[in-house]
Every structure is written in C-alpha cells, then in structure tokens.
Design a binder for this molecule. Sequence first.
Ligand SMILES: CC(C)(COP(=O)(O)OP(=O)(O)OC[C@H]1O[C@@H](n2cnc3c(N)ncnc32)[C@H](O)[C@@H]1OP(=O)(O)O)[C@@H](O)C(=O)NCCC(=O)NCCS
Length: 151
Amino acid sequence: MLDKKFAESTAESLALIHKESFPDLVKAFSSQFISSLIKNDKVLLVTQEKKGFCLLRLSGKESEIITMAVRPQFQGKGIGYSIILEAIELLKETGCEKMFLEVASNNIRAIRLYSKLGFNKCGLRKQYYKNSNGKNIDAIIMEKNLMGLAL
Ligand SMILES: CC(C)(COP(=O)(O)OP(=O)(O)OC[C@H]1O[C@@H](n2cnc3c(N)ncnc32)[C@H](O)[C@@H]1OP(=O)(O)O)[C@@H](O)C(=O)NCCC(=O)NCCS
C-alpha cells in the first residue's frame, strides 16, 4: 500500500499529464480518482516521471489498460512504447497471461502503437466514447497474449 501523501502528490501530477494528453476527452481523470486507483493493490502504475504513464488493472491471469498518456511534447519519441514494454514485463512476473485495452477507433497513433506491440483487435463497442463535440466514437477492444516468447 502506498503512503497516502505520496499517492496524493503522484496522483496530482498524473492528473495533469492526463488532462494535457487528452484535450478532447470530456472528462479527464481527476487526481482523486487516480489516487484511488494507485492505492488499489490490483492496479499497476508504470510511469516515466513527468512524461507519461499507464495504469493497468490486474484480474487473475488477465489485465486491462485503464488509461495511458504521454504528454504532447514527449509523444512520438518511443515513450509510450517503452512504458507498455515495461508493463508487459511486470505483468509476466505476476503470472498474467493476457492483456486487454479499449481504444477510440479514430486514435490512429495509439492503435498503431498497440499493433506494433502485438495487440490484436478482438471486439468493438459501438459509440462507446463521446468527444467534446458531442460526437460518439466506437471503441476497439484489443488483446495481447503474454504467453509466447515474441513481443
Ligand atoms: C497514444 C500515446 C500513448 C502513444 O505514446 P507515444 O509516446 O507518443 O508513442 P511512441 O513514440 O512510443 O510510438 C510512436 C511510434 O514509434 C513507434 N516506436 C516507438 N518506439 C519503438 C521501438 N523501440 N521499436 C519499434 N517501434 C517503436 C511506435 O510503434 C509508433 O509508431 P508510428 O511512428 O508508426 O506511429 C500518446 O500519443 C498519447 O498519450 N496520446 C494521447 C492520449 C491517448 O491517446 N492515449 C491512449 C488511449 S488508448
């Protein structure tokens, strides 16, 4: 369990990164919400300080990416890639066999990144997200098997 003060100051800086990285998200994650997540034993935080982070929920042999964000000025420099690689290694150590995530169907950069990391499309949630223009966007569900040797 994380120290309460540490969790709260970490959550504040992660909430800022989240807000910067998702300008079109109707409601960025609040620091209170992030704080509750990082205090949860079943949630894994992988971060590159002040640049980006990923939060993952563990559930038995499966896990899901709750959110992933790299600050705009650091995007396209391999940070998202290395954060997910680190998450994969940590998850394998816990015995996790499968990862899932949801991504907006118009988020081309994220979909390309996940595809390069070996995630495959396994489902679609119609009109799952709503952007700031009130437009509904489908969510693509992707999965990755962690059991093989390859990425
Ligand atoms: C989506 C997001 C997390 C990606 O993070 P990023 O740090 O910008 O991504 P990276 O720089 O690691 O990857 C960018 C590219 O380099 C590639 N890359 C980076 N490091 C690599 C490596 N070591 N080997 C191979 N490819 C690599 C990526 O696959 C990707 O390929 P592309 O040039 O064809 O697009 C980031 O852009 C972001 O925060 N966006 C806003 C929020 C968001 O959309 N979050 C995801 C919600 S599901």
